[in-house]
Write a protein that binds this ligand. Structure first.
Ligand SMILES: Nc1nc2c(ncn2[C@@H]2O[C@H](COP(=O)(O)OP(=O)(O)OP(=O)(O)O)[C@@H](O)[C@H]2O)c(=O)[nH]1
Ligand SMILES: [Mg+2]
Length: 260
């Protein structure tokens, strides 16, 4: 049994929610492992632990499939940030966020931060077909595909309308739709728009496939949850108790990642 004192204890929790197939797991792989790789539909949930400077952030991936819906509010318990994910080529995936997922966030922290993320932007926007390295420099898709083959062994995707640069799918969800939903989320939470984080900052379009905006998404959130981290550390100093549930999760997977 691992010693509690040596475990990395998460300072804060970020949760990814959204319909099946929108790319939640792929976004996490892209950010944590710098790769776009094959996924299987998530069962239950899984977490990754990210060291961010001196802080430990747990990022929870959840299953979008309806059969696991009941677990969502459990994963959101105590979350400092929730990433509500949809797919830019699928209007219904945005609607589902409001109809099915928003109420799951009732268990999150009272000052929880919400980000709306439209993934698979590479399918609709030529600029998102360019991939970014960790310094934010863009490379073209051919270079990315070659790199993908060399680094992770994943084959260059077959030439199909979705993989040919310049051939785009119809964008079903435009940024304004996400901005409008963000406003409704604030109203649902009883928050004033004036005193909340602005929609322009909290609505992202990403591509897990190319890496477009993925670092920006996670790192913006890490910066924004810093006050929650500092508050939690302060509370822990004042009453040093151990969150057995979190320790059990982290300890069971050697502090890196796991699922349940
Ligand atoms: N073109 C493109 N495809 C993507 C992107 N992100 C994910 N995909 C593909 O979309 C499919 C679903 O991706 P996942 O990451 O498994 O989706 P998920 O949201 O985790 O799904 P559940 O675990 O079932 O909730 C896979 O075939 C991915 O390869 C993206 O940014 N662009
Ligand atoms: Mg998944």
């Amino acid at each position: 049994m691992p010693e509690v004192s040596k475990m990395k204890r998460p300072d804060v929790k970020i949760v990814l929610l959204g319909d099946m197939n929108v790319g939640k797991t792929s976004l996490l792989h892209r950010y944590m492992e710098r790769k776009f790789k094959e996924t299987v539909s998530t069962v239950g949930g899984a977490f990754f632990l990210k060291q961010w400077g001196p802080y430990n952030i747990s990022i929870w991936d959840t299953a979008g499939r309806e059969q696991f819906h009941g677990l969502g509010s459990m994963y959101c318990r105590g979350a400092a940030a929730v990433i509500l994910t949809y797919e830019v080529t699928n209007w219904q995936s945005l609607a589902e966020l409001e109809e099915r997922f928003l109420s799951l966030t009732d268990t999150a922290n009272h000052d929880c931060i919400y980000a709306l993320v439209g993934n698979k932007a590479d399918l609709t926007d030529s600029k998102a077909q360019l991939c970014q390295d960790s310094d934010g420099l863009v490379k073209d898709q051919t270079e990315c595909n070659q790199e993908c083959e060399v680094l992770s062994g994943c084959p260059t995707p077959p030439a199909s309308p979705t993989s040919l640069p310049g051939v785009m799918l119809r964008k079903q969800v435009i940024k304004e739709d996400a901005v409008a939903l963000y406003g409704r989320i604030l109203r649902y939470k009883g928050l004033e728009e004036k005193s909340s984080l602005p929609a322009e900052k909290m609505c992202f379009e990403t591509s897990a496939k190319t890496g477009y905006n993925v670092d920006t998404l996670f790192e913006t959130l890490f910066d924004l949850v810093l006050p929650s981290i500092l508050r939690k550390r302060q509370e822990n100093q004042e009453s040093p108790t151990v969150d057995l549930e979190e320790c059990r999760m982290v300890g069971s997977k050697k502090g890196r990642s796991g699922c349940c």
